[in-house]
Design a binder for this molecule. Sequence first.
Ligand code: ADP
Length: 439
Amino acid sequence: MSLRVLELMLLVALGALVGWAADEAALAFVGALAGAAIWAARDTVRAARVLRWFNKADPSRLPPYGGFWGELLDRARKSIKKLEKKAQNSDARLEDFLAAIQASPNGVVLLDAAGRIEWCNLTAASQLGFDPQRDLGQYVRNMVRHPAFSAYLNAGEFDREITIDGVGPRPSQPTKISLQIHAYGKKRKLMLTRDVTAVQLAENMRRDFVANVSHEIRTPLTVLSGFVETMQSLELSAEERHQYLGLMSQQAHRMQTLVNDLLTLSRLEGSPAPGAGEWMAASELLDHVAQEGRGLTQVIATTPHRIEPVPSPSLWVSGAKSELISAMSNLMSNAVRYTPGGGLIEPGCRLREDGWVEFFVRDAGPGIAAEHLPRLTERFYRVDRSRSRETGGTGLGLAIVKHVAQRHGGRIEVQSEIGRGSTFTIVLPPTRVRETEPA
Ligand code: ADP
């Protein structure tokens, strides 16, 4: 029997006993009723305190009851603890989930049915210029002020993505953000964003590259086909034929050089970086390059250049021998082609104090204006277009040199001043240089 019922019976019995003692049977019933009323009042007070406790449900301030109410409170406390633990687990899972979305390289924005920002990760905030705290609850159409985005929202057709300008390092240099909305739940929306600046840049570069290559090939091809037509349609003297064939061969050679340079570039881009296994003496590299320069100047200059290697320390460099030779040959070829005949050209090498090694070709040519220097290694970028063409330049030489230097962990440096000549330098890291011959 429960304590509560026992208490009721005791109070009823006590009341009846007191009534009986006072006036025998007549008051015994009244006494029993009074006992029951006292029990009911006490029970009501307890029930009220229990209900009050439920309002706050603070497990640490449990009313000190035993019996039925104590049991009820104890069970309620246990249920509350269980629910609290569940809620904590859900909170932790939600935190993990949000942390995962925060870590995403893509932007995520949650919009409510009215198009207000409910939540966004930091990536989206930085891409679109939101403040992830302050802008919560703002209408997204007010926050992303781009005509393409407004049209996209108004049309409500979200089966494609759009590209808009995002926040860039400078107002004049916005990023390109690809954005798509996905509907979910009850009219809610998920907006995903992705920074496609690099992709677009690569696409533009690819398009420019194809246009440049086509242009470079079209010119000699047009000249060649012109000569072929002339030779087909006109009776030419032996001397004229000889002259035309010479010009045709020049154009064919130009195309060949271009294709070779393109293949070299694509090989450099597509193959793994050379290891440190192959060592060559710097003097071997410099002698080879000086020799090539002397050969070239005999062919193209009326007064041959003075090619005088500067005294250089005895060093060994590691890397792909053919690539290093090709890079230095390109620098030498440029020096010969752009320096007026008879000018001084000095190849050499030097060990820097920080352990890096420099291979350079210094010339006394026309020099290059400062504004061109940052763009010299771009494919097909030429300062002196006609001189480059006249001397068989492809516009790819310095791009090849830059690639070779970078593949060896180094870089290309250019110092030049109009009227005072240029120095092109390949700088390689200390790991690729030894002062004594490696075993
Ligand atoms: P190109 O085949 O036209 O020489 P490069 O990539 O080798 O192409 O060089 C790019 C441009 O840099 C050249 O067109 C030329 O205008 C300039 N340039 C390169 N080397 C020199 C140099 N030693 N002196 C002056 N201008 C140079």
